[in-house]
Design a protein around this ligand. Structure first.
Ligand SMILES: Cc1ncc(COP(=O)(O)O)c(C=O)c1O
Length: 441
């Protein structure tokens, strides 16, 4: 892909110029090859011709090490809902680092826990982790412990973090994979059939709030309702993974929007205000597994499941999370939905005007354009999304000052306004026109 873009005659001039302007990033990328596999720590930032190494961020913009400015639609894959270096978050962090870094329970964790409970009122208790990965791992463990059943149900294409229970790749024991039943997201028939077959063995049904793999495709009301009804009838814990959607699509995530009460949710991203964070919240049927019995408390080791983690509820993260949630008012959500809707509308309009087959996915401030002639709502239909074209457009927008996550849903932030949308429109139009010129459309 890199060679392709750089050597294409029609983009040669523009890409050459861009590569000259970003020589510092190229050098760092070359240097990174010596210590990081392929020079990369994170796939969505690994794009052609090389990742931009970022030096600072402010509001909706970031600056790379060479001083070039970009409108940022990655926002660290979701957490930076207020944009970069939000002044109130910055102040809260500074006050916290002056006071205490970590190493004991703080009032902040109690306050943040209360705020989270208020947003997800079906939950009885919650626990903090340093990542969404650990949140899904620990909540699935609680569901398995409370039901005494090992099998879990996940959708095809699901992403719930990088732990072994939810991942398929070499290195994962086959015995783990054999404990997973798959269903197709947004396909009631597939779900009901697979669920009814295995329900007696199931410890949990887990579902992403939006299917990330399909460009953050939302569930239909009818699908999520069916999942809730079937699991409730059978007494199987239903977990919604709201790591991306919690406090982004609404305070109470997709559960709130869909009016569904799962047995548990996992959270991350926004609740840490830009710092490493995760949490899982559930009814006491599940959370009691982490509870010390009254008789044994405070002696450790008597809860059925151990809740350990050096950086759980880190004080700086809690302070940043609280300062973030405080700013997510109803008006903030209105503006976020406007920004995401506007960006999505721009992509849709410009692709339509150029007769480019495409499909839009996302909700609120999250959006994605697939190069596909068919609608997309799950992993199976997402097969038709042309990844190569998507990645080329992402790369071709960089010289026009817009940074998109590489072939990943984009995230609008609160400080994005009309000037940012105008810049985005210009970059999309120019990127699509460049694609036409090089015969990619
Ligand atoms: C739906 C979902 N669950 C879990 C995770 C894992 O979270 P983390 O990257 O904080 O480990 C992610 C990360 O993007 C996610 O999208």
């Amino acid at each position: 892909m890199i060679d392709f873009l750089v050597s294409t005659q029609l983009t040669k001039g523009r890409m050459d110029e861009f590569m000259q302007k970003t020589a510092g990033s190229r050098k760092l990328f070359e240097r990174a090859q010596g210590s990081l596999p392929s020079g990369s720590t994170r796939a969505p930032y690994y794009y052609s011709p090389y990742p931009l190494y970022i030096k600072k961020g402010e509001g909706p913009y970031v600056w790379d090490v060479d001083g070039n400015k970009y409108l940022d639609f990655a926002n660290n894959m979701g957490p930076l809902v207020l944009g970069h270096r939000n002044p109130r978050v910055q102040k809260a962090i500074e006050a916290q680092t002056d006071a205490f870094w970590c190493g004991g329970p703080t009032e902040l964790e109690v306050e943040l826990a209360e705020k989270i409970k208020k947003a997800f009122p079906f939950g009885d208790h919650l626990l903090f982790t340093p990542s969404g990965t650990e949140a899904t791992m620990k909540l699935i463990r609680a569901a398995r412990a409370s039901t005494g059943k090992d099998r879990i149900m996940l959708s095809t294409g699901a992403y719930h973090g990088s732990h072994d229970i939810v991942t398929t790749s070499p290195g994962i024991p086959k015995s783990y994979l054999s404990l997973v039943t798959r269903y197709s997201y947004n396909d009631e028939e597939s779900f009901v059939k697979a669920f009814r077959k295995d329900k007696a063995e199931l410890g949990a049904v887990v579902m992403e709030g939006l299917l990330g793999h399909a460009g953050s495709a939302p569930p239909t009301r009818s699908f999520i309702k069916t999942v809730r009804e079937e699991t409730e009838k059978a007494g199987v814990p239903f977990i919604i993974d709201e790591v991306v959607t919690g406090f982004r699509v609404a305070r109470g995530g997709i559960s709130e929007i869909m009016g569904v009460k799962p047995d548990g949710v996992t959270l991350g991203k926004i609740i840490g205000g830009g710092f490493p964070a995760g949490a899982f919240l559930a009814t006491d049927r599940l959370m009691k597994e982490y509870q010390y019995t009254k008789a044994d408390f405070p002696h450790i080791g008597r809860a059925r499941l151990q809740q350990s983690g050096t950086f759980n509820a880190h004080a700086v993260t809690m302070a940043a999370g609280l300062a973030t949630l405080e700013q997510l008012t109803p008006d903030a959500y209105k503006h976020l939905a406007w920004a995401g809707g506007e960006a999505s509308r721009i992509l849709d309009k410009l692709a339509t005007e150029r007769r480019i087959p495409h499909a839009m996915t996302g909700i609120g401030s999250i959006f994605f354009m697939h190069f596909s002639k068919d609608p997309i709502n799950n992993a199976e239909t997402a097969e038709s999304s042309d990844e190569r074209k998507g990645r080329i457009l992402d790369a071709l927008m960089l010289p026009y000052g817009v940074s998109m996550p590489a072939f990943h849903s984009a995230f609008a932030s609160l400080p994005m306004g009309k000037p940012e949308m105008a810049l985005f429109e210009k970059a999309v139009a120019s990127g699509l026109d460049d694609m036409k010129k090089i015969g990619e459309l």
